[in-house]
Ligand binder design. Structure first.
Ligand code: NOJ
Length: 569
């Protein structure tokens, strides 16, 4: 894995150039990159208003470079009424004043590149904000107007059109249709403030091609494609399961993973390939692995988030199955596998793993007692082991801000503080995702713990003082120290990153042991069982070759439960 310093100015070479093809053949930088998700609103507040922003992030870039990640993915910072944390975009080419200015963004890209960090931004093509100029024009222009054709407007069913056009259900709860005063309904797979765009309309594709170029021209290295599986809808098909979908991809639906989306990504790939240095894109598509692989075929996107670990219970055979299935699915199309334990849509894994169950997007489970009452120490121990597993696997790893501090989910946010539309739209039945979005603790003994000079948009728990970056820097055994060391080793040990995986453990073993061949090779062992275990399986001699462990081994060299270790051989 190498970090190159690259020019911030893209060099257009007009279409699918031979150099772009050659790059693809050599393998993209993203094949083994460690990409750190910055939830901008909660990372660092540069102007003291309680909300994180771009200049706050600039002031903390050194922290990220020192931690040892390769790239940052920034959640949306565009002009937005913030009905869904910025995933409701009112202007795709403007920075919201909450987050700063376009100049701040340019500063950020330049400062990140100076430190060898690449910048990936979020693109939200499935829907915009109801405050977007197009939607406002559509509302004003009335039924049957060309302005409405850029969205999905329909008359209702029933005698007076009082029923929604079909039974599609919003991912955030409630019907996926909202009726305007003039009687027409419009589709929104998420909140009513997020009208879905009609991707069969030529204006939509043309607009997004231009938006992509706007940001690529500003030097971004990659795009994270929001709801990549949602852009094309099949109307007129039978309604999905009764009650609609309750998560992003739990049911086969006429509005997710339709074949037509792939044409869009082929077009986007040819735009990305116009640029040098290389630009990449990662799909957010909640679909089964075999379908996910279709998004990363050679002429489509470079990566797709692999969310399988989010749903995998803490059991060695199940983890192994997930790993094998993931590697197999992506190898089939020659794409790298990605690995994800947490993001801004799911329960932080330091809490989720304590309960041992899989999580789901939308914060499902965050109000479930078993998870809420889960043992913090156990969750952290497993999360530390999971970090070493994640970073030892072949492919690219996504980290979510704060996981390097071992932050738990915040379960007890007061209802009035909660801002996720999931909470309101389900009448509080689902807690939503605010609990994983609480601003980071950087230093000091009182909130906002160095997050900024004012308050923080979500309250931070009192016990976060000891989890702050500064507090953890003091402790050699802290979770921050573990991540930092593991990330350095991942760079230094050539066997890690892209490449092959060979199992040493049996498929039903409670301890996962695999090797990443190389000189030296690296063996990763993770004990997901309940008893300390010997890692030596005859062929592996561990003495003196332990390079890192998530928690200490026993005095006689056994791997305790919920501990992972790397050895060189
Ligand atoms: C996925 C994003 O990660 C999530 O935060 C957002 O609510 C939905 N897409 C809708 O844009």
């Amino acid at each position: 894995m190498s970090l190159r310093r690259e020019a911030t100015e893209p060099d257009h070479d007009g279409g699918r150039s031979p150099s772009a093809r050659a790059r693809q053949a050599q393998g993209s930088w993203a094949r083994d990159a460690v990409i750190y998700e910055v939830y901008v609103r909660s990372f660092a507040d540069g102007d003291g208003d309680g909300d994180g922003d771009l200049l706050g992030l600039v002031s903390r870039l050194e922290y990220l470079a020192d931690l040892g990640v390769d790239a940052l993915w920034l959640t949306p910072f565009y002009r937005s009424p913030m009905a869904d944390g910025g995933y409701d975009v009112a202007d795709y080419r403007a920075v919201d004043p909450l987050f700063g200015t376009l100049e701040d963004f340019d500063k950020l890209v330049a400062a990140a590149h100076e430190r060898g960090l690449r910048v990936v931004i979020d693109v939200v093509p499935n829907h915009c904000s109801s405050e977007h100029a197009w939607f406002r024009a559509a509302v004003a222009a009335g039924p049957g107007s060309p302005e409405r054709a850029r969205f999905h407007f329909r008359p209702g069913r029933g005698e007076t059109g009082e029923l929604p056009p079909n039974d599609w259900w919003s991912v955030f709860g409630g019907p996926a249709w909202t009726r305007l005063a003039d009687g027409e309904w419009y589709l929104h797979l998420f909140a009513p403030e997020q009208p879905d765009l009609n991707w069969t309309h030529p204006d939509v594709a043309a607009e997004f091609a231009d938006v992509l170029r706007f940001w690529l021209d500003r030097g971004v290295d990659g795009l994270r494609v929001d709801v990549a599986h949602g852009l094309i809808k099949t109307f007129g098909a039978p309604d999905p399961v009764e009650g609609g979908v309750t998560d992003f991809g739990g049911a086969e639906t006429p509005f997710f993973d339709q074949d037509g989306v792939h044409r869009i990504y082929r077009d986007w790939r040819s735009i990305l390939d116009e640029y040098a240095p290389e630009r990449v894109a990662v799909a957010e598509a909640w679909v089964p692995l075999d379908r996910l692989a279709r998004y990363v075929r050679p002429d489509e996107l470079h990566q797709a988030f692999n969310f399988e670990f989010l749903r995998t219970p803490w059991s060695a055979p199940e983890y192994r199955q997930t790993i094998d299935a993931s590697l197999r699915a992506m190898a089939g199309v020659g794409a790298p596998t990605t690995w994800v334990m947490s993001n801004h849509d799911v329960i932080r894994h330091a809490s989720r793993l304590a309960a041992g169950v899989g999580g789901e997007p939308g914060g499902v489970g965050s109000s479930d007692d078993a998870t809420a009452r889960a043992d913090r120490a156990l969750g952290l121990r497993r999360a530390r082991a999971a970090a070493l597993l994640l970073l030892a696997l072949p492919g690219s790893a996504y980290l979510y801000q704060g996981e390097e501090l071992g932050l738990p989910e915040v379960f007890d946010l007061p209802p009035e503080a909660r801002q996720d539309p999931i909470f309101a739209r389900t009448g509080g039945a689902l807690a939503g995702r605010d609990g994983c979005r609480v601003p980071l603790p950087w230093s000091g003994s009182d909130p906002p713990y160095g997050f900024g000079t004012g308050s923080s948009w979500l309250p931070q728990p009192p016990e976060w003082a000891e989890l702050s970056v500064d507090a953890q820097r003091e402790r050699p055994d802290s979770t921050w120290a573990l991540y930092r060391r593991a990330l350095r080793l991942r760079r230094d040990l050539g066997a890690l990153g892209d490449g092959e995986l060979r199992w040493h453990s049996e498929p039903d073993s409670a301890v996962l042991v695999f090797e990443r061949p190389g000189a030296p090779g690296v063996v990763c062992a993770v004990n997901l069982g309940s008893e300390a275990a010997a890692i030596i399986d005859g062929s592996l001699v561990m003495d003196g070759s332990l390079v890192i462990a998530s928690d200490p081994l026993t005095p006689d060299g056994l791997l305790p439960p919920d501990v992972a270790a790397w050895f060189t051989r």
